[in-house]
Design a protein around this ligand. Sequence first.
Ligand SMILES: Nc1nc2c(c(=O)[nH]1)N(C=O)[C@@H](CNc1ccc(C(=O)N[C@@H](CCC(=O)O)C(=O)O)cc1)CN2
Ligand SMILES: Nc1nc2c(ncn2[C@@H]2O[C@H](COP(=O)(O)OP(=O)(O)OP(=O)(O)O)[C@@H](O)[C@H]2O)c(=O)[nH]1
Ligand SMILES: [Mg+2]
Length: 455
Amino acid sequence: MNYDTVAAISTAQGEGGIGVIRISGDDALRIADKIFYSVSGKKVTEMKGYTASFGKISENGEDIDEAVALVFKAPHSYTGEDVVELSCHGGLYITKRVLRAVLNAGAVPAQAGEFTKRAFLNGKIDLTEAEAVIDIISAKSRGAARSALCVKEGALRKKIDGVKNDLLSMAAHLSAWADYPEEDIAEVTADSVIETCDNAIKCFKSLLDSYDCGQAVKKGIDTVIAGRPNVGKSTLMNLLSGYEKSIVTDIPGTTRDIVEDTVTVGDVVLNLSDTAGLRDTDDTVEKIGVDRARKRLEQCGLLLAVFDNSRELDEDDYALIESAKLVPSIAVINKTDLDNKLDIEYISKNIKYIVYISAISGDGRDELTKAVEKIAGTQNFNPSEGVLSNERQRIAVKNALDSVVEAMNALKCGMTFDAVTVSIEDAISHLLELTGERTSDEVVDRVFHNFCVGK
Ligand SMILES: Nc1nc2c(c(=O)[nH]1)N(C=O)[C@@H](CNc1ccc(C(=O)N[C@@H](CCC(=O)O)C(=O)O)cc1)CN2
Ligand SMILES: Nc1nc2c(ncn2[C@@H]2O[C@H](COP(=O)(O)OP(=O)(O)OP(=O)(O)O)[C@@H](O)[C@H]2O)c(=O)[nH]1
Ligand SMILES: [Mg+2]
């Protein structure tokens, strides 16, 4: 490939044990040789792939740092090109200084995502695998990391390849049969076409079904903790976030503004909002807080409706129960360490999920975790199945599905195999867009636009 040789700092910007400057391209080894001097005297250009050597980085006779040079030889590297990684000490100044020396020696600065883009352009990975790299880096939970890794290892590509090959051989068979009637080509039966289409439809539908769940695992569910004043909402917030995020007092009306934090509950990421206790009030500031709480509640993906076990239901509780009917909700009965005065039967009649906790001691937390996982659907979430991870992928699969459904309908309406073939070919081209085998430069640019420099 005839690209420039690029370089960037590939580790996070900040102080760390080690900082890595990555160089990729035809000139990577020669460029490294200009600034890296190994203790053994061996030149980088003489090193074999997958070997390392220890030495010094210096420029114009000035020593910059001690470093380890690691060599990858094309095509056996992340990008598929010659790669040298210089590991120096992980300081903000040092990594930038080493990068400057590398650029002075002839490399050009890598664009955001350029290493991964080169891996894609050199055929090392497809577009779904490239997108999985971003997802691995940004994963905040075990589920998100595992599903991204499975896609990185080809879970989605293999699944799509299977269906694509079936559709391709069917389309080829259909055209051959239509175009060369005099040849001895086995007749295509409607049954065999229907079977192939059915399988494709099943595969696409299961991928689309897992999308929402995958998004919940990846991005988190917008979750609101609501309830009347003093029921223990902020105490629950602090229990889930693991530190004193919200102020807790025994004075009703303590929380006034929305307090936010992102937490993981089991395998699920929750974007939590602790809110002002819901009640009618004359206090101007508190009133604004209550209005904000009500608004947030209407738009949430999950409501944790908190009730105080030691008190009877009041008007504000009844109103909350009504709101809970409109969004996915868990009734959280708090203060179970105190004597029961709450009409739990009424709550359980109206809210499907109900858990019992003591936010102060943490009792019942596991129960809450299970309920959250049930609502998020992560119990049936199987990362190794290959999960669609973004809108681009979802739309490609949806379009492929629509095309196959169209083919089926054409067949059922008794249209010619020609019409069926056109729809099948549409479906194939949507799958080629998904994997990036056939896609525009703009789409590719947009995918890599989201990357960080050095990846
Ligand atoms: N030091 C270092 N660690 C890293 C990376 C890196 O670029 N450098 N990676 C960057 O994301 C990830 C690993 N990705 C990599 C992917 C492929 C190859 C590679 O050498 N592939 C060869 C050989 C495969 C084989 O032996 O079968 C190949 O594809 O031919 C290396 C790293 C995570 N850790
Ligand atoms: N006994 C007992 N007390 C609790 C429990 N959870 C919270 N509390 C107490 O209840 C009081 C109110 O707790 P908060 O967490 O501030 O309640 P809140 O719902 O956020 O209240 P507002 O912000 O005013 O709406 C505090 O004194 C807490 O210590 C519990 O599980 N058991
Ligand atoms: Mg509070």
